[in-house]
Ligand binder design. Structure first.
Ligand code: PLP
Length: 395
């Protein structure tokens, strides 16, 4: 950037205050012809939702009018990271608008198959930092456990597309598949935080998830668990009373939920988040910065405000990793910095997430944001505030 202090943003800083909400064009599912006769009890059954996921062009074209790019994309997206869309998520798609943020995150397009030279299969070098199957150990005191390779809906910007999808998984004994990972955590007394992610861990049946959580909880030096998931957004019906009660027993468990756009925060999603909150699970959000989806500051501002209202604390915004086939989603880094510039100070501190770049090659999450230190000398800092006013602080 020409101005590393970000001062050129000053003029742009004040956003038009009240941008009207765009008309809500998502439909009640009963208005969608192929779902109009679905029994509401079936609709609320997460197994029914999974079983009736949309996987073909023919099914999807009964709900939305596909563009040629989408038709080509769906044809090519066979095998790894094939299309899979829950009926619930499909009911949120705008049938007329190919730029609908819900649609762009879930319907493959031909651009996914043009790979830029710098794009990688494993941009964060997770496979290199794996000391045991399903485990990534990057930071000394915490580990990432990849509990499954499946999700309710496959995000087109998935950073773990090398692993995740509806392909045949290796035959593994479900009772012993995490044994080596658990042994590794047991043997490493420095590990105080275990992040269970995937794929989506909430795609597991309650019993399988409980068995894993129980084994990790039984390790005395593990202080707390976290679950990384998108299911409260893509399949909120999965969050049942039974699941919430089960998780409650293993408190403290924290949860990071992948939210990208205010349209994802429906009444049904709020209900799922309420059940989790009421089971004592603090909720955070993780968003991926996506071109045309959430790269405008006013969209992100609405998202973080809506999240606080459903008791979800904005945690991270990720720069879209240079993973193969995601060029059409990637924004300049300046777009992310500009979003933070327009949040910090202009809204509640709780609404401001940290914008991070996962260092390509395994650097971990590196925070990037506006610079508020203008200069520093012995015993003296020159700072600017969110309005660009300058202050000197003497130490
Ligand atoms: C993101 C991540 C974590 C957790 O990082 P926090 O900043 O503590 O949320 C841990 N391990 C790996 C490999 C990660 O990518």
């Amino acid at each position: 950037m020409s101005n590393p202090l970000g001062l050129e943003n000053q003029k742009l800083q004040i956003e038009t205050p009240a941008i009207p909400r765009p008309p809500k064009r998502s439909r009640d599912y009963q208005q969608i012809s192929i779902y109009k006769d679905v029994n509401p009890l079936d609709w609320e059954d997460w197994h029914w939702q999974l079983k009736h996921r949309i996987r073909t062009k023919e099914e999807l074209s009964q709900i939305i009018k596909l563009t040629p790019e989408e038709e080509k994309g769906i044809d090519k997206a066979r095998g790894r990271l094939a299309m899979a869309i829950t009926p619930y998520w499909a009911s949120l798609i705008d049938a007329e608008d190919p730029n609908c943020p819900i649609r762009r995150q879930s319907v493959p397009v031909s651009a996914e198959f043009s790979i830029a030279p710098h794009e990688m299969a494993d941009p964060c070098a997770e496979d290199r930092d794996s000391p045991a199957p399903h485990l990534v150990h990057r930071y000394p005191d915490r580990v990432l456990l990849l509990a499954t390779e499946h999700c309710a809906m496959y995000c087109r910007h998935c950073t773990r597309r090398r692993l995740v999808g509806e392909h045949e998984t290796k035959e593994e004994n479900p009772l012993t598949r995490f044994d080596a990972a658990i042994e590794y955590i047991k043997a490493n007394r420095k590990i105080r935080d275990v992040l269970i992610s995937g794929g989506d861990p909430l795609i597991l049946e309650d019993e399988e998830l409980e068995s894993l959580v129980q084994k990790i909880r039984a390790i005395s030096h593990v202080e707390f668990l976290r679950i990384g998931t998108r299911i409260p957004v893509t399949l909120p019906q999965r969050v049942t009373e039974k699941l919430a009660d089960m998780l409650k027993k293993y408190s403290p468990i924290w949860m990071s939920i992948h939210f990208n756009h205010p349209k994802e925060i429906t009444k049904r999603c709020k209900l799922a988040c309420d059940m989790l909150s009421e089971s004592g699970i603090p909720l955070g959000s993780q968003s991926v910065l996506l071109k045309g989806v959430n790269d405008r500051p006013y969209v992100m501002k609405r998202l973080v405000h809506d999240l606080l209202q459903i008791r979800v604390r904005p945690y991270y915004i990720y720069q879209c990793d240079p993973v193969r086939g995601t060029q059409h989603f990637r924004t300049p880094v300046a777009a992310g910095i500009n979003i933070i510039e327009k949040l910090r100070g202009h809204t509640s501190g709780y609404a401001v997430p940290t914008y991070v770049i996962d260092g390509p090659g395994g650097g971990g999450k590196i925070p990037v944001g506006p610079n508020y230190i203008l200069s520093q000398a012995k015993g003296k800092y020159v700072l600017r505030n969110y309005k660009g006013k300058i202050y000197t602080y003497l130490e």
